[in-house]
Write a protein that binds this ligand. Structure first.
Ligand SMILES: *Cc1c(COP(=O)(O)O)cnc(C)c1O
Length: 379
């Protein structure tokens, strides 16, 4: 089955009771048994729920994984993966991962005896220099947020493959439409389904897609034992969102490309960060591992001040000033005072995250309106 068919059909059967074509929202906590232990595959909704199971089958198919396990948020999914580790274990992670993942790793799991080493991975094979006999997991995110660097997933997986290390890829920014890390050698793929998978800014949800049965059973156990499960209505919303994933992401990519070109030509703009540019340092890797270059674009200003950025942030009409990304509507954000405010200024500047850096999540509105909106805001 091709991707554009999978989003609509994979894992989805008409409701056996009624023939309903849309997966029903099984809003129930428990399932009646005809005798103790005799049931139709469902006992209690923390362990499994038919709406969630349909979504899990669908997600596994989208990422070419063995199975998927859903959680109440992207961070609950991250938490479940990290719970597979034991005190003394070490994780090597890329240094510009999602701020919430960084916080969970350092402020929560750091207190439980897990060691984290955050490194730059522009040169993927250099990861091997950071691996010790304690390293059990590698955590990468690509494209990165908000600088839109690209990490070579296949190269990272190749470098660590003989070391009994699980490679996790946070694939939230690319979505399964653009990039399938398991095909490139990764063991687990994480999604904040809040973003492109849900796609309509109406649900908080997370998922892990795994390569093997062994990882699936470990994570299903953690899902059941720890209990951070999504409700059936949230699973329904994600399933519904996924049906148009290919169309939404494709349009967002087309719009983002035009916006990146527009920004590059604007004389108030200093730098535009977009992996689709031929002179982006990892453009060739992006071309190889992604189907297109994504819907995210960052840029900064020649007048590199928070005030100059604020003028633009408060002037746009179609780009709403808000955290998050991946919805049908365009968003504009200011990493240095919003998502990345907790990173010290000197550290931010080292990776190019300047005071005026603005991040766009390009939506699927008409491109002429979006460009007009930015043109007016830039003045
Ligand atoms: C939003 C996000 C998360 C966290 O997901 P939530 O659903 O907000 O918990 C993790 N990784 C990335 C890249 C994100 O953008």
């Amino acid at each position: 089955m091709k991707f554009n068919t999978k989003v609509i059909h994979a894992g989805i059967e008409p409701d056996p009771a009624t023939g309903a074509i849309m997966t029903p929202i099984y809003q129930t906590s428990t399932f009646v048994q005809s005798a103790p232990g005799v049931h139709k595959g469902f006992e209690y909704a923390r362990t499994s729920n038919p709406t969630r199971s349909a979504l899990e089958k669908n997600l596994a198919a989208l990422e070419n994984g063995h199975d998927a396990i859903c959680f109440g948020s992207g961070l609950a999914a991250t938490d479940a993966i990290l719970r597979m580790l034991s005190p003394g274990d070490a994780v090597v992670a890329t240094n510009d991962i999602y701020g919430g993942s960084y916080r969970l790793m350092t402020k929560v799991f750091g207190n439980h005896g897990i060691k984290f080493n955050f490194i730059g991975l522009e040169n993927a094979s250099s990861i091997i220099d950071h691996i010790t006999d304690k390293t059990k997991m590698v955590w990468i995110e690509t494209p990165t947020n908000p600088m839109l660097n690209i990490i070579d997933i296949a190269e990272v997986c190749k470098a660590v493959k003989d070391h009994n290390i699980e490679v996790v890829v946070d694939n939230t920014f690319a979505s399964p439409y653009l990039q399938n890390p398991i095909d490139l050698g990764a063991d687990m793929v994480l999604h904040s389904a809040t973003k492109y998978l849900g796609g309509h800014s109406d649900v908080v949800h997370g998922a892990v897609i795994v390569k093997t049965e062994e990882l699936a059973s470990k994570l299903h156990f953690i899902q059941k034992a720890v209990g951070a499960v999504p409700g059936p209505q949230d699973c329904f919303l994600v399933l519904r969102g996924i049906k148009t994933l290919h169309l939404r992401v494709q349009r967002a990519c087309e719009n983002a490309k035009k916006i990146a070109d527009f920004l590059l030509a604007n004389d108030k703009v200093a730098n535009v960060y977009y992996p689709g540019f031929e002179d982006h340092p990892n453009h060739e890797i992006a071309k190889r591992q992604m189907k297109d270059f994504g819907g995210m674009v960052s840029f900064d200003l020649k007048e590199d001040t928070v005030d100059a950025a604020n003028t633009i942030l408060t002037k746009t009409h179609y780009f709403s000033l808000a955290e998050s990304l991946g919805g049908v509507e365009s968003l504009i954000g200011h990493p240095s005072t919003m998502t990345h405010a907790s990173i010290p200024r000197e550290e931010r500047l080292k990776i190019g995250l300047t005071d005026s850096l603005i991040r766009l999540s390009v939506g699927i509105e008409d491109i002429d309106d979006l460009i007009m909106d930015l043109k007016e805001a830039l003045g």
